[in-house]
Design a binder for this molecule. Structure first.
Ligand code: ASC
Length: 129
């Protein structure tokens, strides 16, 4: 029977896994490792935009338990952490919007880069290596 803190860790890690599972194939298209499929890209971008709204609620107080990469700095700087999560949501939303009409990967590369940068901005400060 998991505690509420353990449940929160499992929840946010599950969401991040599904985000990565959708981000990866888009990255593959951006790098030219996977052929561009506009519909598949748009679907994955929509998923990431939706999923980006979920992790924050998993960062409840006192939930730095078990096998977690979440640094204490998250809770010490929660306003900044929230702002970075919101930036991720904004950029992911823009990518989903752009993907609806894009017919070539080149049109999506800059916004895809902004989403990746939003991931990295947060990881650099708040995720254990
Ligand atoms: C990924 C992944 C991340 C981000 C980040 C983007 O595919 O697992 O953590 O992209 O590397 O900068």
């Amino acid at each position: 029977e998991p505690t509420p803190a353990e449940r929160a860790v499992g929840y946010r890690q599950s969401v991040f896994h599904v985000i990565a599972g959708n981000f990866g194939p888009m990255a593959g298209m951006v790098k030219g490792e996977i052929p561009f499929d506009a519909k598949a890209f748009a679907l994955r971008a929509e998923r990431v935009a939706f999923l980006s709204t979920l992790p924050l609620e998993g960062f409840i107080p006192d939930s730095r338990v078990g096998k977690t990469d979440a640094k204490q700095e998250i809770w010490d700087n929660m306003d900044d952490f929230k702002a970075k999560m919101e930036s991720f949501q904004t950029e992911a939303g823009k990518l989903a919007e752009a993907a609806k009409t894009a017919s070539a990967i080149d049109a999506l590369k800059p916004q895809f880069g902004k989403v990746g940068q939003a991931c990295k901005d947060c990881h650099d400060k708040y995720k254990e290596d």
